[in-house]
Design a protein around this ligand. Structure first.
Ligand code: SF4
Length: 320
């Protein structure tokens, strides 16, 4: 396994010297450090580029999605399923060189992926714009998926207007207390719904599929159901129905597992029960949500990436 490389100084955006790119607005100097809440530097910090065939079935189709995993995160949830890379470049098993990132994207696009996913992009919008410009300079225009945690500044999201084809945000919590306790962000519910409205303004609330049934434009809202937080999940669905309507595509995920390395506090130290997941699915049905996807509670571990391996998603198991 390669060792983590030094932080990359490019691209330079003056805002990175006193960063207010996300709702934390912590003012960190990401060019020199000390780094901010997200641990992000000024350069392109990517832990992995890999093909993923286990996303929602309309994303990428059989060829899968070419996913780019940025290190760092502006939420750092106590139960993070991607904690190997979300805690920053110093904890990521590996940090790729910028040229290597481009080369791997190129290789996967050449191999048939025509959907490019940006995973955890909320704190790296200048770097994302530079990466997209480099890809576009090669004459490549894959369907672009913004796969974030929902804790986005709507003003910053506007910088991606016309570039993002599909927004795939998490919608994590309805309650401020829950958001404060699990992600240190009491304002998450209001921020995330404001961000969702900006995403919908850009791409609409529907989902446009091509003739092969592959998504090309639109919005999919993801919600990971957490053990012991079923009332919050149901409150979230009620709020989503009020703010966005029930036609939005909803992906209800039941794959939660407590990452052993994080020693999650109860009740997050256990898996989601079938009964808990079914309560949330039933609530979604009662509210009138009809578009989207559900899983089985306790879906296989292959949904949880392992960034210490060459392919973070086990290709023998994904696709459920
Ligand atoms: S993106 Fe990172 S450094 Fe910038 S305000 Fe958010 S947490 Fe702070």
């Amino acid at each position: 396994m390669d060792q983590a490389i030094k932080r990359q100084p490019q691209p330079h955006d003056p805002r990175l010297e006193h960063c207010t790119l996300c709702p934390r607005r912590c003012g960190a100097n990401r060019c020199t450090g000390p780094y901010g809440f997200c641990s992000g530097g000024a350069g392109l910090e990517v832990a992995a580029v890999c093909r993923h065939t286990g996303e929602e079935p309309v994303l990428g189709g059989p060829a899968g999605v070419c996913n780019v995993f940025f290190t760092g995160c502006n939420l750092r949830c106590v139960f993070c399923q991607n904690h190997q890379v979300s805690r920053g470049s110093t904890t990521a098993p590996r940090l790729m060189k910028p040229g290597e990132v481009i080369a791997q994207i190129r290789a996967l696009l050449d191999a048939g992926c025509d959907t490019l996913g940006l995973v955890s992009p909320s704190h790296v919008v200048p770097q994302v714009r530079a990466l997209l410009a480099a890809i576009e300079r090669e004459g490549r225009h894959p369907t672009l998926v913004h796969n974030g945690n929902g804790y986005d500044d709507p003003e910053v999201l506007r910088e991606l207007e016309g570039r993002v084809d599909i927004y795939l945000p998490d919608l994590k919590y309805a309650g401020s207390d829950t958001a404060a306790r699990l992600s240190g962000a009491a304002d998450y519910p209001e921020v995330a719904f404001s961000a969702l409205e900006e995403m919908a303004r850009q791409v609409g609330t529907g989902l446009i599929l091509d003739e092969r049934g592959i998504a090309r434009k639109g919005l999919i809202v993801r919600h990971l159901v957490l053990p012991g937080f079923i009332d919050d999940s149901i409150a979230l669905l009620e709020k989503l129905a009020q703010r966005m309507g029930v036609d939005v595509h909803l992906s209800l995920m039941g794959q939660y597992r407590p990452p052993p390395e994080l020693a999650c506090p109860p009740p997050l130290d256990r898996r989601l029960s079938v009964r808990e997941y079914e309560r949330v699915v039933a609530a979604a049905m009662e509210l009138g949500f009809e578009n989207g996807w559900i899983q089985e509670a306790g879906s296989p571990d292959s949904h949880v990436p392992d960034f210490c391996t060459a392919n973070p998603f086990d290709p023998t198991k994904v696709g459920a």
